[in-house]
Design a protein around this ligand. Structure first.
Ligand code: APR
Length: 238
């Protein structure tokens, strides 16, 4: 581990064009469970599989059950950015990191001070009416009860990408541009299981692909440097 940390530290010191691509494993050290680890959200027992509940068709069919799951499992009070979020924000302030591209919906990168954050799957800190698209403060969902309704009668929904929904084209285009032009692409805390998000890393054309993940991923063989350690620990030392 020591020599890999030293190698990553040197790569970061020598670059001013780093892009970070992350997932739920970046937030586990803040107390937010990921999805596919043994104790992850998708391995917890619910009336329906969580991947089903987090889909557009389920949200439309049974919004009350969706919101029961959302409030119990997606909204975790008092969570704070951890060492990984904070170091990434610092690297941006130092002019070394150009963008954080995240699959997470928890807003912790922005809470840590990162300015250029591309949220591929949206954020539970924003909400809007599913009928007239009027924006609403997320508290109407996260602090409310039952199925929140807009003045137009439509159901208010979180600004997240549910299964069966497309990603935002502008965000995808911007993410591809940052990845395509990156000197170093650091991928962290993601199983790289979910497309199209995981497919974006194929646009990277450099020779400094770093993968920091506790478990193996389908992209390990493409990485120039792999660190199977806790990402907060790694970032606290580079
Ligand atoms: N440090 C490093 N890696 C970690 C840590 C940690 N502290 N904690 C967990 N991990 C790793 C796990 O080993 C796992 O491989 O992070 C990865 C998280 O993978 P997933 O749980 O699959 O989460 P993610 O890749 O973000 O899922 C992508 O799936 O359901 C959708 O929309 C959801 O955005 C999510 C997407």
């Amino acid at each position: 581990m020591e020599d890999k940390i030293a190698q990553l530290k040197e790569m970061i010191a020598d670059s001013d064009n780093i892009v970070f691509f992350g997932g739920a494993g970046v937030s586990t050290e803040s107390g937010i469970p990921d999805f596919r680890s043994v104790d992850g959200l998708y391995n917890q027992k619910w009336k329906y599989p969580p991947e089903t509940i987090l889909s557009r068709s389920f949200f439309e069919r049974d919004p009350a059950e969706y919101y029961r799951f959302h409030r119990e499992k997606l909204v975790i009070d008092g969570v704070k950015p951890n060492r990984a979020h904070l170091r990434l924000a610092q690297l941006e302030q130092e002019g070394k990191l150009k963008a954080v591209i995240t699959q997470n919906i928890d807003g912790l990168h922005q809470a840590a001070g990162s300015k250029n954050v591309l949220e591929l799957h949206g954020s539970i800190l924003r909400a809007y009416c599913s009928r007239c698209r009027k924006p609403y403060p997320a508290e109407i969902i996260n602090k409310g009860s039952g199925v929140p309704r807009c003045s137009c009668g439509g159901v208010i929904r979180p600004d997240i990408v549910l299964y069966e929904e497309p990603l935002d084209n502008d965000i995808v285009r911007s993410a591809i541009s940052y990845i395509r032009n990156a000197d170093i692409l650091i991928i962290g805390g993601t199983s790289l299981n979910v497309y199209p998000a995981a497919g974006l890393i194929n646009y990277y054309r450099g020779k400094k692909l770093v993968l920091i993940n506790l478990s193996e991923t389908p992209y390990d063989s493409y990485a120039d440097l792999i660190i199977h350690e806790k990402i907060g620990e790694v970032f606290s030392r580079v």
